[in-house]
Design a protein around this ligand. Structure first.
Ligand code: HCB
Length: 219
């Protein structure tokens, strides 16, 4: 087992302890052997396990809230270490948000932060965003990509609604759409006519680069 594997396990265990100080200490250790994006992805795996345990009744809402708080604190610490891209380059405007009816924003915020670090002009609309607000912001900033997050099976259909609005307004050819959030899959993206699916934040940045034909930034 490599030191990076040990650090990864430490991050996972710390997140499942739902203790912010343990998570931040594990992040400090991991920083010496892992890239910031790898640390964020490892914490996201831990957060998904928190979800599984919550579903099985092995963790309760206060645990989920504490884990979410620890995750956000870790991302805030790591933000300054994230590779900055686009030096001298002006990357296109991107609109991102969590879809209407859905308040889950941890994953969306990670993707938003990493897109900003990659040099995109990110317009983060936050959570519980009405479908029309995505469209209006695309028009206002001449955005080239919409990133939508949905964490619930009951809200993910709103991603389809936003695609419908972009199509109605004739914007679909020039505006790429990327979906994400735990229930999303490539099959879902294909079904609703999205251009891409971001399984995690690193993949989402790579997918945005690919869709917008932007050169990669080292991660
Ligand atoms: Co919440 N919740 N929750 N929750 N919650 C889920 C999502 C359930 C699956 C848990 C369960 O019951 N099994 C479930 C949804 C079930 C369903 O599908 N119908 C659920 C429920 C039901 C609810 C409430 C309704 C509970 C209640 O009040 N009874 C309520 C929601 C109210 C509402 O939205 N209207 C609720 C509330 C909460 C909080 C507030 C306690 C908290 C959210 C805090 C916050 O986000 N600020 C919370 C959390 C934390 C979860 C779980 C445990 C974790 C979600 C998470 O943060 N994952 C989740 C369980 C699960 O997901 N299995 C549970 C970690 C992040 C890093 O992963 O997938 O979001 P991610 O993001 C990835 C990836 O998808 C991708 O990159 C990210 C980074 O790697 N990505 C994108 C994300 N967005 C992208 C966009 C792109 O364009 C591209 C890539």
């Amino acid at each position: 087992m490599t030191t990076a594997d040990i650090a990864k396990m430490g991050l996972y265990d710390a997140l499942l302890s739902v203790k912010k100080d343990r998570v931040l200490a594990a992040v400090e250790k991991a920083r010496t052997v892992m890239r910031p994006t790898e640390i964020i992805d490892a914490l996201a795996v831990g957060m998904q396990e928190v979800g599984v345990r919550f579903e099985r009744g092995k963790m309760f809402l206060p645990h989920v809230i504490s884990a979410a708080d620890a995750m956000n604190a870790a991302v805030a610490v790591l933000e300054k270490d994230l590779p900055r891209g686009g030096a001298g380059k002006k990357l296109p405007a991107v609109v991102i948000g969590t879809i209407e009816g859905d308040v889950h924003d941890i994953g969306k915020t990670i993707v938003s932060t990493m897109l900003q670090c990659a040099g995109y002009d990110v317009h983060d609309l936050g959570r519980d965003v009405p479908s029309r607000a995505f469209l209006d912001t695309v028009k206002q900033h001449d955005a080239r990509l919409v990133g939508m997050s949905a964490l619930m099976t009951t809200t993910m259909r709103n991603q389809m609604e936003v695609i419908g609005l972009l199509t109605e307004e004739g914007l679909r050819p020039q505006v790429k759409v990327m979906v994400g959030g735990a229930p999303a899959t490539q099959a879902w993206a294909d079904k609703i006519g999205a251009d891409g699916y971001g399984e995690n934040a690193s993949i989402a940045v790579r997918k945005a680069n690919e869709l917008l034909q932007v050169g990669e930034v080292a991660q």
